[in-house]
Design a protein around this ligand. Structure first.
Ligand code: NIG
Ligand code: FE
Length: 414
């Protein structure tokens, strides 16, 4: 048996429980001063304040700093070949995202690079990105396919995700997103691609247990709401839970559909309507907001406060991808949650821990400091939660603990 006692915690901050928190509850978190946490074999056994009752085993002094659950990044496009720095010049000239895509650039240029990359090369690249994510405090993430857009290359991406989940310390949850774009070879035959998705890819992915979720980019010029419904229903039938990229650029019905289908989460929601918010509230859908993408696309920000008021649980994630958001730092996402969504630090913490865990079906295992959950924590170079959300542009991670094992101690002295 291996054990770890983290003591001398100045402030322990965590949401509570195994369910997404909504409405006023999103901002009600547990805050303990002068605290400790005791873990055995990678699981949380107990926590408390004052002098810890445990005297044996390994000890880690938190130096009076802030400790939170490990962050959960519920939305990434982690597996891709190449980068797209060539698009920066177009962005500076204000060429719209969908125009770059329609001209065969954007997602489709990453599809070319991903098809050309070997499984081994994709694994090495994504593994390095996971190292970087963990160095910023993320201990669990989701990863989507969607740059293969044919049977071989979609399965290749999903196998890489499975291997990362086994071999990297990060927990990685897989989402099948063959409906990320219509590939060029089906440009004149959309129906052919929809059939490939629904009749071949989805059943294969589900039967090989390569993904837990199915996601669709429901957007002008990509997939319509009706096409999205068809794809997500095929996914549901095969046992893949629905997620949807909705209302990122145009509100074409994605968030309404999310609620109707009982989607686990709807993503982006930058231009979400009140009808969409109501539908998500009724369907129990989590709003997974991606403020770093708004920043990077120079667009507006999702109506997070209206969602919280309507009782929709709000999660936040990075959307790490080579186009609309080449950023994997959840600390920046937390800053933007406060400054742009007007969420409180407590609501923001819930959004990147428990609610994010619920958005990827991991709420029983991670996302809060509760008994028997996985011992995933971050010790921050911060005295309290306000400080963590207020500082901008520094990496405030002191130490990441994954399954009860300290991964990296970045600085003891700061
Ligand atoms: O979530 N919006 C669609 N998909 C990604 C962008 C992918 C890309 O540009 O390569 C997103 O923003
Ligand atoms: Fe995305």
């Amino acid at each position: 048996m291996s054990s770890l006692l983290i003591h001398n915690i100045g402030m322990l901050a965590s949401p509570e429980g195994c369910e997404a928190r909504r409405g006023a509850d999103q901002g009600k978190i547990r805050l303990l001063e002068n605290a400790w946490i005791y873990t055995e074999d990678g699981q949380i056994i107990s926590y408390g304040t004052g002098n810890p009752p445990i005297t044996f085993g390994e000890k880690l002094d938190a130096g009076g700093k802030l400790v939170t659950p490990g962050l959960v990044d519920a939305h990434t496009h982690l597996i891709f070949g190449g980068w797209r720095q060539n698009e920066l010049a177009m962005k500076i000239r204000n060429v719209p995202y969908l125009e770059i895509l329609a001209a065969g650039g954007g997602i489709l240029s990453t599809v070319k690079a991903t098809r050309a990359a070997s499984e081994e090369a994709l694994f090495r690249k994504a593994s390095a990105a996971l190292d970087e994510m963990m160095a910023f405090g993320t201990t669990t993430c989701e990863a989507k396919s969607g740059y293969g857009l044919n049977v071989d290359d979609e399965l290749k991406q999903l196998r890489v995700i499975g291997k990362l989940n086994k071999e990297h310390p990060m927990n990685v949850v897989a989402t099948f997103m063959g409906a990320h774009a219509v590939p060029p070879e089906y440009k004149e035959n959309r129906e052919g691609y929809l059939k490939l998705l629904c009749d071949e890819l989805i059943p294969t992915v589900a039967s090989k247990k390569l993904a837990k979720f199915c996601d669709v980019f429901c957007e002008t010029g990509v997939f319509t709401a009706e096409e999205s419904r068809r794809i997500l229903e095929a996914g549901k039938e095969a046992g893949l839970l629905p997620k949807i990229h909705a209302d990122e650029i145009d509100p074409i019905g994605g968030s309404v559909l999310a609620g109707e289908l009982g989607a686990v989460s709807a993503e982006h929601l930058i231009v979400c309507t009140d009808e969409g918010i109501q539908s998500m509230a009724q369907g129990g859908t989590i709003a997974c907001l991606l403020p770093a993408t708004s920043f990077y696309l120079n667009s507006t920000y999702a109506p997070a406060r209206r969602m919280i008021e309507a009782g929709v649980p709000v999660a936040m994630a990075s959307d790490f991808n080579p186009g609309s958001c080449p950023c994997l730092n959840l600390q920046l996402v937390m800053n933007l949650g406060c400054l742009k969504y007007r969420m409180t630090p407590e609501e923001v913490l819930t959004a990147v821990t428990l609610n994010a865990a619920a958005a990827i079906g991991m709420e029983n295992r991670v996302g809060s400091i509760d008994r028997v959950k996985q011992a995933d924590f971050v010790i921050w170079n911060a005295p309290d939660l306000n400080y963590l959300c207020y500082r901008l542009g520094s990496n405030l991670v002191d130490c990441v603990i994954k399954k009860g094992v300290a991964q990296t101690r970045f600085s003891m002295s700061r």
